[in-house]
Design a protein around this ligand. Structure first.
Ligand SMILES: Cc1cc2nc3c(=O)[nH]c(=O)nc-3n(C[C@H](O)[C@H](O)[C@H](O)COP(=O)(O)OP(=O)(O)OC[C@H]3O[C@@H](n4cnc5c(N)ncnc54)[C@H](O)[C@@H]3O)c2cc1C
Ligand SMILES: NC(=O)c1ccc[n+]([C@@H]2O[C@H](COP(=O)([O-])OP(=O)(O)OC[C@H]3O[C@@H](n4cnc5c(N)ncnc54)[C@H](O)[C@@H]3O)[C@@H](O)[C@H]2O)c1
Length: 434
């Protein structure tokens, strides 16, 4: 087996795959080491299985609200066996396409657990490999809250592997994962309570957009408990109890912890003290993704960027170009569009100002007139009339439209010139642009 490479990348998720493909494409000899499934979190335990579930939830949700339009009759049932089989096939086809891509690109794929044993040296199953550049792309894992009985709670990895649906769940955490799991499972017919320690959900989004998303979740029948840190999870017969305080105990089939993620840094072994971390516990990097240990770079969720797949993929490719091609700056995080896949989705790009310059209405889409639960749409602009710096959107299809807003923001538009373009009638965006 070869032991000398131009670069060794540890982790075959979005960041590592993208680095390896690009670096090999630039003619370099690259090893990629992956201890589990190719594709990492996004493909196996994140975006892809989540989005497939969300697609089903979205269809059920749109249909179920339309009672005033005369769509009546028994609620459609989800066959989880079929759904899981279709999802399993899709994930395997993605993993297979990655295997083929790596092979075609000439990347040496090693399926093993890697440890960093010295600068420029990685060890797998007792064998030492060397490269002047080592890339950490080891991603992260879910963390559970520090409370009695936390081990009884499922994390997102487990939820995305459920083959049957519980009747009721309590979710701890109102971030992306907690809200997405809540909206999806409520649409699938599960009774959902979401408990979070902040005073509103989706605190990574601007307040006005998040509050519209929160109201839509409540209209969907999700019970929200804010500003609450649960005290314990207890077994109670076949089910569980989530203890909120001395007086309040929720009885549910399952408790889900969606309380954040931490980077996978076991790979650093004895070198861990030589690799500086940020206050958030992720690896500190400079503009060339280099860590405090010369020759060691970090990309994706283990590094101090935004834990989103497009950022991981783009940074992996950028690092390969920086090391082996022509220099390219990392994408600016203010141009990264993001979406919480609730129903309808909450999407945003840019740097929202505390007070939006345009959000005078929470828009009432025409479809709401036909729905029993009347979801609201929302469009907000941040910055100033002279320079718009953010766009927030809550609407069906928001996750598609927000990419165009990201492109528009690159050109620093003023509000006046935005109004000289016209939207489609009748549509939410037309109301917002008017
Ligand atoms: C439930 C959920 C839903 C999400 N939804 C979205 C979404 O809709 N949109 C979005 O943009 N982002 C989403 N994300 C975030 C996205 O999945 C991550 O940002 C992205 O997957 C990070 O990619 P990565 O390559 O940095 O890490 P990962 O994909 O986690 O890959 C790291 C890989 O490194 C391997 N590894 C770790 N240590 C070692 C070792 N010592 N030796 C060998 N291999 C090792 C791991 O096995 C893993 O495969 C979601 C995340 C979750 C959990
Ligand atoms: N659609 C997407 O793009 C998407 C989807 C899922 C995840 N992600 C990425 O994954 C990252 C992690 O997501 P996440 O939702 O796990 O983490 P998060 O950090 O975004 O949210 C965790 C939430 O749990 C709350 N919390 C923590 N401990 C608690 C406790 N003991 N009691 C009550 N509430 C508690 C926090 O206040 C926070 O609201 C996100 O930042 C995001 O970048 C993205």
């Amino acid at each position: 087996m070869d032991t000398e490479y131009d670069a060794i990348v540890i982790g075959g998720g979005s960041a590592g795959l993208s680095f390896a493909r690009q670096a090999a494409g630039l003619g370099r000899k690259i090893a990629l080491i992956e201890r589990a499934e190719l594709g990492g979190t996004c493909v196996n335990r994140g975006c892809v299985p989540k989005k497939m579930l969300w697609t089903v939830a979205d269809a059920l949700h749109r249909g179920s609200g339309l009672t005033r339009a005369g769509i009546l009759g028994p609620a459609p049932q989800v066959d989880m066996t079929r759904l899981c089989a279709a999802r399993g096939d899709k994930l395997e086809s993605i993993r297979q396409s990655y295997r083929e891509t790596l092979k075609d690109a000439g990347v040496h794929l090693i399926e093993d657990t890697a440890g960093l044993t010295a600068p420029g040296e990685v060890t797998i199953s007792g064998q030492r490999l060397h490269a002047p550049r080592i890339v950490l792309a080891t991603g992260g894992h879910p963390i559970k809250p520090d409370m009695e009985g936390a081990a009884l709670a499922c994390d997102s990895d487990e939820v995305l592997n459920w083959t049957t649906l519980p009747r009721s769940i309590a979710i701890i955490g109102g971030g992306y994962i907690g809200c997405e799991m809540a909206a999806i499972h409520a649409a699938l017919g599960v009774r959902v309570t979401l408990v979070t320690d902040t005073d509103r959900v989706l605190t990574e989004f601007s307040e006005n957009a998040a509050l519209v998303g929160q109201r839509n979740m409540e209209a969907q029948g999700i019970r929200l408990v804010t500003s609450c840190t649960p005290e314990a999870v207890r077994q109670a017969g076949d089910g569980l109890e989530l203890v909120l305080d001395a007086e309040t105990v929720l009885k549910v089939d399952k408790v889900v912890a969606a309380t954040g993620r931490a980077p996978n840094l076991g790979v650093l072994g004895a070198l861990k003290d030589r690799v500086a971390l940020t206050d958030k516990g992720v690896v500190k990097i400079d503009a060339r993704f280099e860590t405090s240990l010369p020759g060691l770079h970090a990309v994706g969720d283990c590094a101090d960027r935004l834990p989103l797949t497009p950022v991981a993929s783009s940074d992996g490719e950028t690092l390969a170009r920086q090391l082996f091609g022509t220099h390219r700056d990392p994408v600016e995080l203010r141009h990264v569009a993001t979406t919480a896949f609730v129903l309808p989705p909450v999407s945003e790009v840019g740097q929202p100002s505390p007070k939006a310059i345009f959000d005078e209405a929470t828009l009432s889409p025409l479809s709401a007139a036909l729905r029993a639960d009347a979801p609201q749409d929302y469009w907000g602009l941040g910055g100033s009339d002279a320079a718009v710096t953010s766009v927030s959107l809550v609407a069906e299809g928001a996750h598609e439209a927000i990419a165009w807003a990201a492109q528009m923001l690159q050109h620093c538009p003023d509000r006046g010139s935005m109004q000289r373009a016209l939207g489609v009638h009748p549509s939410t965006s037309e109301e917002a642009m008017g």
